[in-house]
Design a protein around this ligand. Structure first.
Ligand SMILES: [Zn+2]
Length: 316
């Protein structure tokens, strides 16, 4: 077990790290990701399952787990949903950290300097970190899917409710404690804003490595259109899997280049001391059942094609 330099790390990082450690047990389970790709065979999943998913989970899943498939025609337009209001201060960016499952770009969250409000939210939420999930190829990697469509990667901007709580650690355990913005990544042209981050990744190749990282504006990773989104009540997709998250999943994706994603994949799940090095890929959770939840949309999904199915319950 490696001892971390706690002094340089925000509380959120410590919690995240502990959780990853707690979840790494010896009892292997076989999650099966519902997937429309032949590449996602059970053999593939078995051979690549991350240690975090091999042990009994600290908090067993309830009825509001994430991620889910967003069935566009079953989502319900909610005209009361407001536009999102984000206000981020690039100067509060502190560090980038390989936690052995993803890399986290962490922000000073001791004051309301990076806030999210509006949308489906009643309160003000404070950004603490963002991270990504990605696949070993461009054919899969996102946690959420849209009509079963997989994306190569997914960005999560994690915010906690600073109106009702004083720490991330309190908010993570409670209803309406967290608000996470999800953004899908597609492969296309190089993303200029992301490149500064990509350039820093070789310095945190191994698990538990951390470097200073300053002046990064998370707003540059949002799509041009943030008015169109889906929202639902769900959970964290890493332990403790608490059902404290208001998910806000952007309809519009952002584009990154294959080379930029290749640098993500050059990271390692493993620390420098470990004999067998493992590439950091396929760091997504398997999809979870909707269990009667409603996915609301801020836009009408039927203006571009299926006008009669609005709000209906029939399967697509
Ligand atoms: Zn995530």
């Amino acid at each position: 077990m490696v001892t971390f330099s706690l002094a340089v790390r925000p509380l959120v990082s410590r919690l995240h790290c502990q959780l990853v450690r707690q979840a790494a047990g010896s009892h292997r389970v076989t999650p099966v990701r519902r997937c429309n790709l032949t590449a996602c065979s059970s053999k593939y999943v078995l051979s690549h399952v991350h240690p975090m998913w091999q042990g009994p989970l600290v908090v067993p899943g309830g009825d509001r787990q994430s991620p889910i498939d967003i069935a566009v025609r079953r989502s319900v337009l909610d005209s009361n949903l407001k536009p999102l209001e984000t206000s981020y201060d690039p100067k509060t960016c502190q560090q980038i950290w390989n936690n052995g499952y993803s890399f986290l770009v962490e922000y000073d969250d001791t004051a309301d300097r990076n806030t999210l409000k509006g949308g489906p939210l009643q309160d003000t939420y404070r950004l603490c970190q963002f991270h990504f999930h990605w696949g070993e190829s461009n054919d899969w990697g996102s946690e959420h899917t849209v009509d079963r469509q997989l994306f190569p990667a997914e960005l999560h901007l994690v915010h906690w409710n600073s109106d009702q709580f004083s720490l991330f650690e309190e908010a993570v355990m409670e209803d309406n404690g967290l608000a996470v913005i999800g953004v899908f990544l597609k492969v296309g042209k190089r993303h200029e804003g992301l490149q500064k981050l990509v350039d820093a990744l070789p310095a945190i190749r191994h698990k538990e490595s951390v470097v200073e990282f300053n002046h990064f504006d998370p707003a540059c990773l949002l799509p041009a259109n943030t008015e169109d989104y889906w929202t639902y009540h769900g959970s964290l997709t890493t332990p403790p899997l608490t059902e404290s998250v208001t998910w806000i999943v952007m309809k519009q994706h952002i584009e990154v280049s294959h080379d930029q994603l290749a640098v993500f994949r050059s990271l390692l799940f493993t620390s420098a001391e470990e004999e067998v090095q493992k590439s950091m890929v396929n760091n997504f959770r398997v999809q979870q059942p909707l269990r009667g939840r409603t996915v609301r949309s801020s836009f009408s999904p039927f203006l571009q094609g299926a006008p009669s199915a609005r709000g209906s319950k029939h399967s697509c």
